[in-house]
Design a binder for this molecule. Structure first.
Ligand SMILES: NC(=O)c1ccc[n+]([C@@H]2O[C@H](COP(=O)([O-])OP(=O)(O)OC[C@H]3O[C@@H](n4cnc5c(N)ncnc54)[C@H](OP(=O)(O)O)[C@@H]3O)[C@@H](O)[C@H]2O)c1
Length: 282
């Protein structure tokens, strides 16, 4: 048995690689360069969702791959390449897939809901993980702004999110990849608390010992702030629209349907990653 992790050293695949490593389970880490840092250096394999000539490379590197963790490519329409690779992987002997989907994406719904539906139609073993927002998003999207402006500004307003730790997600993903049978093939996953951004700002204030304010803005203003942080127009458009949906309770509704509730808290995460909010590295 060998597990192929797509999603490189990303937020979701990295803690999963750590668990496989600790359990001595063979695995490969696929990303576009094929280069991964220690202690996984010898596990890296080149793979690009958008270049089908690379699909064979992981299977040439290890003939025992029979399970795959699926993280969508970060650009372009993910559905055609993901279906093509799933077909190819099954031909190479893969029996089980664990897909990173999202809490508000039911089977057949947009984006990963379509890949979930495809896996279901193939009669393979699969698990579509449906987590709420990752704690790690705070590092990616808020850390620099908090350092420079002592505030969080977005259009989520009083919308609540069941934030979840990537460590808790990795615990579930690890079991789905390695258990003899998959316990739940479609778990909605949240953390222990439903939090507004104003509550998160209060946690920052308490932990950092300086006032971090929460400022409500319109989706248009939020888009401008996201662009000022150097993100692409496409990303800023998507994110500011999503904030409007969060304000209307998109993630809060998922919280009340959760199949799995993580243990790690937002306070623990902010404390652990203090350097990200204070000096700019996590
Ligand atoms: N963030 C959230 O709150 C949240 C919540 C629920 C679900 N999700 C879902 O989680 C997924 C993202 O997972 P993540 O946060 O772990 O991703 P991530 O941290 O952005 O990492 C994605 C990795 O995939 C690799 N990659 C990107 N494009 C690729 C390509 N064309 N071919 C091969 N590898 C490629 C990149 O590695 P290289 O650059 O080294 O190639 C990157 O490290 C998305 O589908 C998202 O919808 C996210």
């Amino acid at each position: 048995m060998t597990v192929l992790l797509t999603g490189g050293m990303g937020r979701s695949a990295k803690p999963l690689a750590e668990r496989l490593h600790a359990a001595n389970i063979p695995f490969l880490i696929a990303n576009r360069s094929g280069v991964v840092p220690e202690p996984f250096r010898d596990r890296g394999v080149q793979f690009d969702w958008l270049d089908s000539s690379t699909y064979r490379l992981p299977f040439e590197a290890d003939k025992s791959i029979d399970r795959v963790y699926l993280i969508a490519p970060s650009s372009g329409d993910p559905i055609p390449p993901m279906k093509a690779f799933i077909d190819f992987a099954i031909q190479q002997g893969v029996k089980r897939f664990v897909l990173m989907s999202a809490a508000p994406a039911p089977i057949g719904g947009p984006m990963m809901g379509k890949v979930h539906e495809y896996l279901d139609s193939l009669g393979v073993e699969y698990c579509a993980l449906r987590p709420s927002w990752f704690f790690e998003n705070l590092v990616f999207s808020l850390a620099a702004w908090i350092r420079e402006h002592n505030e969080i500004a977005n259009a989520v307003k009083s919308g609540k999110i069941g934030w979840i730790s990537n460590e808790d997600i990795a615990d579930v993903a690890f079991k789905a990849l390695t258990d003899s049978a998959i316990e739940h093939n479609n778990p909605i996953m949240v953390g222990p608390e439903l939090l507004t951004f104003a509550q998160i700002a209060d946690l920052f204030t308490d932990i950092l010992g300086r006032k971090i304010a929460y400022r409500e803005v319109t989706p248009t203003e939020s888009k401008e702030i996201i662009l000022k942080q150097g993100r692409t127009e496409e990303f800023a458009e998507m994110k500011s629209k999503l904030e409007g949906l969060l304000a209307e309770g998109l993630e809060e509704r998922c919280y009340y349907q959760a199949d799995f509730v993580g243990k790690r808290t937002m306070r623990e995460f902010i404390e652990e990653r203090k350097a990200a909010w204070e000096v700019g590295h996590a």
